[in-house]
Design a protein around this ligand. Structure first.
Ligand SMILES: Cc1cc2nc3c(=O)[nH]c(=O)nc-3n(C[C@H](O)[C@H](O)[C@H](O)COP(=O)(O)OP(=O)(O)OC[C@H]3O[C@@H](n4cnc5c(N)ncnc54)[C@H](O)[C@@H]3O)c2cc1C
Length: 389
């Protein structure tokens, strides 16, 4: 008889791998499918918030090997669209983890290897079809000319911002989209412990960044809302060049500086429609569930939170074999309780600063003398929700 897995997970980014690890540790049979083989890159800023790091530590997924590729951050420099420039420090992080910058090439591979180590089965193929039967779901996938069929009691859609599982389940969680470009820069004078964020009317609402990996290399990028990008006269690649060409950046570059591995990717910005996260035998996590923070553009932390929560709920539902939409809605309810306050406040905060570059300039100007304008950012990074997870 053909095997029916307890869970098939489509997508082995942080959301999918964390769900796989947590499910396997609870004794379930798990198949993790990704179109790409690992290690693979994912266009990202590579920044993991202190809460994200803390969750990885609690799951015993931070080891000395991973730390070798990690740069720790506790300071931020923000430059307004005109002249204002402010610095602040995450002083509350004394007993907490700092922000980690880990290239996704390394982080995602590390999580996938941990999933395999814990007994998760893995398959490299692209999922294109899903069929419901009375007691299972059939997943069809392909690589080249080969096609495959796998069965499971439930499917987790962890397949990112253009989720096939969401589309096949007719779930539409997202309201807003963003778009961003990322590269890796070598040959620049950076402070290794400081994130840098740059505002400008050409990429408003949004920001450009350096997220350092060392004092002369790091992740460089720029992101904005898709709605505004469509109205812009520039392509993302041109905007990145405009950013680098500014005199206050250019003066920090060596003559042989390089920007490599440039890529663009969409962002599914939260808060999602909370009633669009589950269907019969289907749960969406991470970007597939549209959980990117609208203020920071970060989604690794929420992918980890939702992956872990999906695993907890599924491990519970497996006891009663009840995978109806009504039963799985418990996941959406719990996730909403954890995330909705922060996501909604972040949305309002992003809309406020996005009203005009002038507002950003004024806030940064105040920030030159006081941390007051950065309180909300500190709130988001502080991980106030940790007690409720
Ligand atoms: C430029 C940029 C910068 C960003 N910077 C940050 C940052 O600094 N910090 C942060 O926290 N977040 C950042 N984000 C957001 C972050 O990248 C995502 O929120 C995060 O990757 C979500 O993880 P995930 O596991 O949900 O999905 P993903 O990491 O996107 O993983 C999805 C996986 O599914 C696989 N897949 C897709 N479709 C299929 C299919 N049909 N069949 C099989 N496999 C499939 C893909 O190959 C992929 O491996 C950034 C995003 C962008 C675009």
């Amino acid at each position: 008889m053909e095997k029916i897995y307890d869970v098939i997970i489509c997508g082995a980014g942080p959301g999918g791998s964390i769900a796989a690890i947590c499910l396997k540790r609870k004794g379930l049979s798990v198949l993790l499918i990704d179109s790409k083989d690992f290690p693979r890159d994912k266009v990202c800023g590579d920044q993991i918030t202190p809460l994200g790091v803390q969750l990885l530590k609690e799951l015993k997924l931070v080891d000395s090997e991973l730390l070798k590729s990690t740069n720790e951050i506790d300071k931020v420099l923000i430059k307004g669209p005109e002249k204002a420039q402010a610095n602040f420090q995450f002083d509350f992080l004394k007993n907490q983890s700092k922000i980690y910058i880990i290239p996704r090439l390394i982080l995602d591979n590390h999580l996938v290897k941990n999933a395999e180590k814990s007994g998760v089965e893995r398959h490299t193929s692209h999922i294109y079809e899903m069929e419901y039967s009375e007691d299972h779901v059939s997943i069809k996938s392909r690589t080249g000319n080969s096609t495959f069929e796998f069965k499971s009691k439930i499917v987790i859609g962890a397949d990112g911002s253009s989720s096939t599982i969401a589309r096949l389940s007719k779930l539409v969680p997202g309201k807003d989209r963003g778009i961003a470009i990322r590269g890796y820069i070598k040959g620049i004078n950076l402070k290794a412990d400081t994130l840098e964020g740059y505002f400008d009317k050409k990429w408003s609402p949004g920001y450009a960044w350096f997220f350092p990996l060392s004092k002369d290399s790091g992740n460089i990028g720029l992101g904005m809302t898709l709605k505004h990008y469509k109205k812009s006269n520039y392509k993302l690649r041109q905007l990145l060049d405009v950013f680098i060409e500014q005199p206050f950046i250019k003066s920090r570059l060596t003559s042989d500086y390089k920007v490599e591995n440039i890529g663009t990717w969409p962002l599914n910005i939260g808060p999602p429609k909370w009633n669009q996260l589950v269907e019969d035998r289907v749960i969406l996590v991470g970007d597939a569930a549209s959980l990117i923070n609208p203020f920071t553009g970060g989604g690794i932390e929420t992918a980890i939170i939702s992956g872990k929560l999906a695993a907890d709920v599924i491990a519970d539902k497996i006891k009663t074999n009840n995978f109806t939409k009504a039963s799985l809605s418990e996941y959406a309810r719990k996730l909403k309780k954890i995330l909705s306050k922060e996501q909604t406040l972040s949305l309002y905060a992003s809309k406020f600063v996005g009203l005009s570059p002038w507002i950003v300039e004024k806030l940064v100007k105040i920030g030159e003398k006081s941390d007051l304008p950065f309180i909300f950012m500190k709130y988001v990074y502080k991980g106030i929700r940790i007690k409720r997870i």
